[in-house]
Design a protein around this ligand. Structure first.
Ligand SMILES: [Zn+2]
Length: 118
């Protein structure tokens, strides 16, 4: 009969390791969300600046906003989500970019974006 060997680290040590990783993932999820919301905000403000200067109507010319010729590099979701970009210039209160991780639990969307429009 083969007896099961106890792990060399005692039970209290392994449960504190579990707690460490659990709190790490909570922190990481919050940090990723904050980074992604900041990207969404920066894109929204870049759109407004671009629109204020060009007075464009209709389609957003993303190449003038993101990338080497634009206002900011193309953002990447820190958690690996993919971004959806609107084709048309958004009305007030509509986001120009959304993350595929916008639903819970990741919740990569701003709680409110009042005041981002100017
Ligand atoms: Zn995201």
């Amino acid at each position: 009969m083969i007896g099961r060997k106890e792990p060399s680290s005692g039970p209290s040590q392994s449960s504190s390791s579990v707690r460490y990783w659990a709190s790490f993932f909570v922190w990481k999820r919050k940090s990723d969300r904050a980074g992604c919301v900041l990207n969404i905000r920066n894109v929204q403000q870049a759109i407004r600046r671009w629109h204020g200067i060009t007075r464009a109507t209709g389609q957003i010319r993303w190449s003038e906003i993101l990338g080497p010729a634009g206002y900011m590099p193309e953002p990447k979701c820190p958690a690996g989500g993919t971004h959806r970009f609107r084709e048309l210039i958004p009305e007030s209160g509509v986001l120009a970019m959304e993350c595929s991780l916008c639903d819970l639990p990741e919740n990569h969307k701003p709680d409110s974006f009042v005041g981002w429009q100017d």
